[in-house]
Design a binder for this molecule. Structure first.
Ligand SMILES: [Zn+2]
Length: 118
């Protein structure tokens, strides 16, 4: 499950078909046909994630400033790409992880024949 989230793999067949573009899900798995659009992961995690990445970057930037006092452009070329990369990587992982969790929860419900054990 962690691997599926890391690599954006289909939770059913394991092919890396989950993403169509950087952070956008494909409509369905091009190998086994699992319909990804049934899973409503939403953009809820995006806000938290951006806040988290932002906090880390600010702390790192402050630390760099206080310890080496680099010129201002060092901050720009360092933190702008790092922030973007951090948000994209984090979003991919979080969204894939939520979808895989959702898939496994549904598979579990099927196994229990629809009885609600949650
Ligand atoms: Zn698949």
């Amino acid at each position: 499950m962690r691997e599926a989230a890391l690599f954006g793999s289909c939770p059913r067949c394991g092919a890396r078909t989950l993403f169509d573009g950087l952070i956008k899900f494909a409509n369905k798995c091009s190998r086994c046909g699992l319909d990804y659009s049934r899973f409503n992961v939403g953009d809820g995690p995006a806000a938290f994630l951006t806040l988290g990445v932002g906090t880390i970057i600010v702390v790192l930037a402050l630390w760099l400033q206080l310890s080496v006092e680099p010129p201002w452009w060092v901050h720009v070329i360092l933190w702008v790409p790092l922030t973007i990369l951090g948000v994209i990587a984090g979003l991919r992982f979080t969204k894939a992880w939520l979808l895989v969790a959702e898939y496994q929860r549904r598979a579990e419900e099927h196994r229990h024949d629809g009885s609600d054990l949650s």
